[in-house]
Design a protein around this ligand. Structure first.
Ligand SMILES: *Cc1c(COP(=O)(O)O)cnc(C)c1O
Length: 216
């Protein structure tokens, strides 16, 4: 079951991460060099996640010969929605309706719908991105008319390594599916907690340091 292997030993190699083949691995490449991204791509990795728009756009230019699926996982500023809609396949950090509407409006017609996740503030933390669990159904429903977006699932960043937060997110994910939403992505789990996240039902883990080593 623990099949996936990504790695090369040696000085500039990547760490070995073994995960079940049903789990999607998002390589979080913020503050990692384009050369490292290219090297990991050559190992077969296709999905890369970035947090900062300007940094991501520069890397995309340098790596445009590669067929990378770019995910935006950072905080979204309203005045950056056009660039996000134009330059990413996924935006995982959607938590405001006005942002979603702008992403929808700016998604170029010649591209497939922008894949999105709703970010949930699972621990009800103050001053943290994400919508509250009790607002999820109405928020997801409000996205339905936005035809240039494709809701794929939920994304969470729990306060700390917390199995209960992961389980709560898995429940919400299931509840939304029971309401008729067709979803395939529960994005949770980072370097320090991906094993717990997978045990709780994650379908996509987002690994930075565990994969690349420390950020530059
Ligand atoms: C930086 C980041 C990650 C990766 O963090 P690591 O601890 O380096 O694995 C995953 N998700 C989000 C939203 C991030 O900002």
């Amino acid at each position: 079951m623990w099949l996936r292997k990504l790695k090369q030993r040696g000085q500039n190699g990547f760490n070995v991460i073994k995960i079940p083949s049903r789990i999607t691995l998002l390589a979080v490449s913020k503050q990692q060099t384009p050369d490292k991204i290219r090297a990991l791509y050559e190992q077969g990795q296709r999905a890369f996640g970035e947090n900062y728009l300007q940094e991501a756009l520069e890397k995309q230019t340098l790596l445009q010969d590669l067929n990378i699926e770019w995910h935006f996982i950072g905080h979204i500023q309203s005045n950056k929605t056009k660039l996000l809609a134009e330059h990413f396949s996924w935006v995982q950090s959607v938590d405001r309706l006005d942002i979603a509407r702008k992403l929808d409006r700016y998604r170029p017609a010649h591209l497939s719908p922008l894949n999105i996740c709703i970010q949930i503030n699972i621990d009800h933390e103050e001053n943290k991105s994400g919508i509250f669990a009790e607002d999820l159904l109405s928020f997801a429903t409000a996205l339905l008319p936005l035809k240039h977006l494709k809701l794929r699932g939920l994304m969470i960043i729990p306060e700390k390594n917390s199995l209960s937060a992961f389980k709560k997110a898995a429940d919400l994910y299931q509840q939304l599916q029971e309401k008729g939403f067709v979803l395939d992505t529960l994005s949770m789990g980072m370097s320090d907690d991906y094993k717990e996240a997978i045990a709780a039902g994650s379908t996509m883990i987002r690994l930075g340091t565990a994969l690349f080593g420390k950020r530059d």
